[in-house]
Design a protein around this ligand. Structure first.
Ligand code: ATR
Length: 278
């Protein structure tokens, strides 16, 4: 069977082997999918990548902290990966290493297909100005958002990121600033927490007025239940809340389709991994 893997550090709790195992079973693909720990020392990622390719590996998912190194190792990269400055999927073809970043399209598919909210014409607020936001902006723009705003604790980082990405969005307006700058903005239909605040049990200081009535609040983390951000969003009147489990499953489906040429149905994986938000 063909070999695939996810590489990260740490990697023990990765759900990717389960998800790809379900996809392979459902589509009848003869493949294996393993988890590889790239280790903490310098050069660990490069060595593990070389060893996996030498052993006949055909493709890899890449998670923290190796997404930047994965892009750097690639011989060709998609626009998604280049603008994100990071790759989360690799495909090996002889001497070629192709890089993609499916995190953003996974997010968009989850919001549109699973949560049933088309982004066309919507006002979208992204909280945070790190790698997670960087990867989400282009796919959200491609989905036809009316306006995208990046708000960050450190305002300058959001301003710089917006300035860098704006010319690549086909005319979709993009602005960046601090949370206080949101006072001058109309409310948003979708508010996405792309900060790492939830991991520390914290919520970004987004003003309640940023949520439109009926808004969707989306936290990119998963398995943490109702995070402080999602609670804040509910208190601010957001009608719907979601965590990032669907983004995880949908980016996996994108990678699977890219590798195998078959698009898996994601419903079983979603059902298996979804934890009620309480
Ligand atoms: P990643 O690549 O995972 O996005 P990162 O580049 O370290 O990680 O970015 C983390 C983001 O979460 C940043 O936007 C950070 O805000 P600052 O730029 O001001 O540091 C944001 N963040 C982390 N903890 C936060 C908190 N408690 N409240 C608000 N924002 C937070």
């Amino acid at each position: 069977p063909d070999r695939y893997a996810v590489i990260g550090h740490p990697i023990a709790h990765s759900q990717s082997p389960l998800i790809h195992g379900l996809f392979a079973q459902a589509t009848g693909q003869a493949m294996t999918y393993e988890a590889i720990d790239g280790g903490a020392d310098e050069g660990g990622f490069a060595r593990a990548l070389a060893a996996f390719r030498a052993a006949g590996g055909q493709g890899m998912n890449v998670t923290l902290p190796f997404k930047l190194q994965a892009l750097a190792a690639a011989t060709q990269a998609s626009d998604d990966a280049r603008l994100a400055g990071a790759a989360n999927a690799l495909r090996f073809d002889g001497d070629r290493i192709e890089a993609r970043n499916f995190d953003g399209v996974g997010l968009v598919r989850d919001i549109e297909a699973n949560l049933g909210l088309p982004l066309k014409g919507r006002r979208v607020l992204l909280l945070g100005a790190g790698g997670a936001t960087r990867g989400a902006v282009l796919p959200i723009a491609r989905a036809g958002a009316a306006r995208i705003v990046i708000a960050n604790r450190t305002a300058a980082k959001a301003e710089e990121l917006a300035h860098e990405l704006a010319p690549h969005l086909g005319g979709v307006p993009l602005a960046g600033g601090g949370f206080d700058a949101l006072a001058g903005e109309a409310p948003f239909d979708v508010v996405i927490n792309a900060t790492s605040a939830s991991l520390g049990g914290d919520a970004p200081a987004v003003p309640p007025a940023a949520f439109a009535p009926g808004a969707l609040a989306y936290d990119m983390v998963y398995g943490k239940g109702l995070t402080p951000f999602l609670k804040l969003a509910q208190a601010a009147g957001a009608a719907r809340v979601a965590d990032g489990v669907g983004m995880l499953v949908e980016q996996a489906a994108e990678a699977f389709a890219w590798w195998r040429g078959v698009r898996p149905d994601t419903r079983e994986a979603l059902t298996r991994l979804t934890v009620p938000l309480v």
